[in-house]
Design a binder for this molecule. Sequence first.
Ligand SMILES: *Cc1c(COP(=O)(O)O)cnc(C)c1O
Length: 359
Amino acid sequence: MTAPRLEIDLRKIHHNTRSLVERLRERGIGVTGVTKATLGSSEVACAMLQAGANRLGDSRIENIEAMRRAGVDAPMSLIRSPMVSQVERVVAQADTSFNAEPEVVRRLSAAAQAAGRVHGVVLMVELGDLREGLMPGDLESAVQDTLRLPNIVLEGIGSNLACRSGVKPDARNMAELSGLANSIERTFGVRLETVSGGNSGNLGWALGESGPGRVNDLRLGEAILLGCEPLQRQPVAGLCPDAITLIAEVIETKLKPSLPWGDRGQSAFGAGAADLDRGPVVQSIVALGHQDTDPLGLGLPQGFTMLGASGDHLIISSRNRQLAVGEEVAFQLNYSALVRAMTSPFVARVIKGDDGLMR
Ligand SMILES: *Cc1c(COP(=O)(O)O)cnc(C)c1O
């Protein structure tokens, strides 16, 4: 089979989604399945929906358009603030978008009017991670503006932590979000359908002691796809960590010295070669490199060590056995390795386990 390739096991995606949906449902929290790391794969989207995700979220309108073209019929949110240059496409294909700029919401309103559609808006609030969102003190005036706009429905508010700065969602910042939801409802006499607390980094808080308050939605990508939470990069109990694996092929295996020889300058990607003489080692080259993925984000099979990586070569050694030329090796991925592999034109995608699911 073609290599390198990403193998996506829909049964495991389904299992991970269902497990999270069930645990969060007990707390009154629904799941938005986030598809961006799969480039809006309609198969992955359908597995998430079948497992109980309420809706889909993606950061790119191109992915939302691709899922629509593939016939995915579910509510979809654009979870990155729309570009002004894309508002027409956004109102055409996304039911809702996440916003922090009143100017963009005005443009969405104009585009929705022109298209004869109604567009939902979730206003994002900055709670300390310093990525997207209105400062809490500016929320009221943004709500007021939004409520006045034709063809726009204020669907709710949301926040995003644990991304730019790694700020942890906790009882305090989530209570602040709930408090803002309550105060907006009191001040304006409206009902906010959605209070979207955050991403996979919220799971520790959501499944912990403190109670959800007003939060009734989490947007989950990494936890579903990789079975991992992003704050400590720890596996989430009960989830499969290998729903997506990267398979690559061995192209050379040789016994070589462990130390390079000759005068040395910089290596191709900056990182230095080994400086410890361990005597001769059997090293294998896998046809995989920085053009395909983030080599530092790969998890190697048991007993294997990574010796180095360049644009097209990954050098590994095995404690137990020699790899044969033509043999395939399966790697686990972190989020960085996943998005790089997904967007590399050299990496194929193979869907597994779609029998019995969907369609
Ligand atoms: C990517 C993203 C998510 C999903 O994050 P995961 O860590 O993959 O769960 C949620 N919300 C926003 C705004 C995002 O950009």
